[in-house]
Design a protein around this ligand. Structure first.
Ligand SMILES: Cc1ncc(COP(=O)(O)O)c(C=O)c1O
Length: 370
C-alpha cells in the first residue's frame, strides 16, 4: 500500500501545458506575440459590461449562461438548447473527453495538433493516438487509418494551432463520412473568424445534420476576452446532455457571460480585427519569406516560422534574440516542432519590429539594438 495518495494511471504521464511566455527583460517594451491574442483587445462594450458587473461579485452567476446561449444562438442561427458554455474552450474540450473517453478507449488527433487534446484524453483515462500530418496539415486518410473499435473521439483543430493550416469543408465531410457513428468528431474552430477561404466552413452544417459532431468556439481569440475564460460548443442534444451532467454548475462566471453578450453585439469591432489580420498576415508572411525563412501558409492569426539547425541560426537562438528585444514568440518544441517558432500577428509596431529583429538575427547583428 502506498503511504500517500496516488493519482490514477495516466495522470503522471501528462506533460502539463506550458503557456506562451509573457515577460521580457527589464528596460525593453514587451510585445507579447506568444498566445494568439488579438492586438486590438476586446470591444469597449465588453469592457463596459465587466465594469458594470463588478457590483455583483458576491452573487453566483446564472449556471446555465442563458443570456449568452441566447445571444450565440441568435448570432449563429442555433438552438440555445444545443449550446454549452465553458471556462474557455479548453474547459469544453476536457468535458467532452471526460464524458466520452475512458480507460481502454482511444482519442485521435494529429501530429502537431493542439496540445490540450492529448492532455484531455489522458486525464479522462484514455489513450492518445496520433495521426500523421502531410505538409503540417491534417490528413483524412491518416486519421481514418488510426480509427479502431476502441476509438471514441477524433479532435480536429480547423484551422490548427500551431501550424495555421486547415482542411477544406469537403475534406471534413469526408472525414466524418469515414467515421463510425459511435465516434464523436470534435471540430475545434477557435480561429474560424480569421479564415478567408471559400472552401472553409467551421462545421455548423455537419453539427446540424449528424449525431456525432460537435463544434467548439472561443471568445479568447478574435473577441479579445482570453483573460475571462469563455468558450462554447454546439452539438446534438444527447452530447449536450452528457456534458451538462458533468460540467461545473457555475463553470462560466457572470462577468464573462456579460462580456460575451456585449462582444457578440459589437460586429464592427470584430470586423476591425478581421481587417487587421487580413492586412498583416500576408504582410508578415511575405516579409519573413523575403528574409529567407520558411513560413507555413496560415489562415489564422499566427504563423509557424521555421529555422535552420545551423549554429547561430536556430529557433532557440532566434527566440533568445527576439526576447532580448521584448519580442516574445512561442517556442513549439512541445508540439514536435523544435526548429520553429510561432508568431502571433501583432499590432503594426510589433510586426515591423519582429521583421527588423529577425533581419538582424539572420545578419548576425548584436541582440540589444536594431
Ligand atoms: C486550437 C485551439 N483550440 C482551443 C484553444 C483554447 O482556447 P480557450 O480555452 O482560451 O477558449 C486554443 C487556444 O490557444 C487553440 O489554439
Amino acid at each position: 500500500m502506498s503511504a500517500r495518495p496516488v493519482p490514477r494511471p495516466g495522470i503522471l504521464s501528462i506533460e502539463a501545458y506550458v503557456p506562451g511566455k509573457s515577460a521580457a527583460p527589464g528596460g525593453v517594451k514587451l510585445h507579447k506575440l506568444s498566445s494568439n491574442e488579438t492586438p486590438l483587445g476586446p470591444s469597449p462594450r465588453a469592457i463596459e459590461a465587466v465594469r458594470a458587473g463588478a457590483g455583483q461579485l458576491a452573487l453566483y452567476p446564472d449556471g446555465s449562461a442563458g443570456a449568452l446561449r441566447e445571444a450565440i444562438g441568435a448570432k449563429f442561427g442555433l438552438d440555445p438548447a444545443r449550446i454549452v458554455c465553458g471556462a474557455g474552450s479548453d474547459d469544453i474540450l476536457s468535458l467532452l473527453a471526460h464524458a466520452f473517453v475512458g480507460p481502454g478507449d482511444e482519442g485521435v488527433f494529429t501530429t502537431h495538433g493542439f496540445l490540450v487534446y492529448r492532455i484531455a484524453i489522458l486525464a479522462a483515462g484514455g489513450t492518445p493516438v496520433v495521426a500523421d500530418e502531410v505538409d503540417y496539415t491534417a490528413s483524412v486518410e491518416a486519421i481514418l487509418a488510426k480509427v479502431t473499435p476502441r476509438t471514441r473521439m477524433v479532435f480536429l483543430a480547423n484551422p490548427n494551432n500551431p501550424t495555421g493550416t486547415y482542411l477544406p469543408f469537403d475534406e471534413v465531410k469526408r472525414l466524418h463520412a469515414g467515421l463510425p457513428g459511435n465516434v464523436l468528431l470534435v471540430l475545434d474552430a477557435a480561429y474560424a473568424e480569421y479564415v478567408r477561404r471559400n472552401d472553409y466552413a467551421s462545421g455548423l452544417e455537419l453539427v446540424a445534420t449528424s449525431e456525432n459532431v460537435v463544434m467548439t468556439r472561443t471568445f479568447s481569440k478574435i473577441y479579445g476576452l482570453a483573460n475571462l475564460r469563455l468558450g462554447w460548443m454546439v452539438g446534438p442534444a444527447h452530447v449536450v446532455d452528457a456534458v451538462n451532467r458533468i460540467r461545473g454548475p457555475f463553470n462560466v462566471n457572470g462577468l464573462a457571460i456579460a462580456a460575451g453578450v456585449a462582444a457578440l453585439g459589437d460586429e464592427a469591432h470584430v470586423a476591425g480585427a478581421m481587417a487587421h489580420n487580413d492586412e498583416w498576415l500576408p504582410w508578415l508572411t511575405r516579409a519573413l519569406k523575403d528574409l529567407g525563412l520558411q513560413v507555413t501558409p496560415s489562415v489564422g492569426n499566427f504563423l509557424l516560422v521555421h529555422f535552420s539547425q545551423a549554429a547561430g541560426r536556430t529557433a532557440e537562438e532566434a527566440d533568445a534574440f527576439l526576447t532580448a528585444r521584448g519580442l516574445v514568440l512561442r517556442r513549439v518544441a512541445a508540439y514536435g516542432l523544435p526548429h520553429a517558432l510561432r508568431l502571433t500577428v501583432g499590432d503594426a509596431e510589433a510586426n515591423r519590429l519582429v521583421v527588423a529583429a529577425l533581419r538582424d538575427f539572420l545578419d548576425g547583428k548584436a541582440r540589444a539594438h536594431a
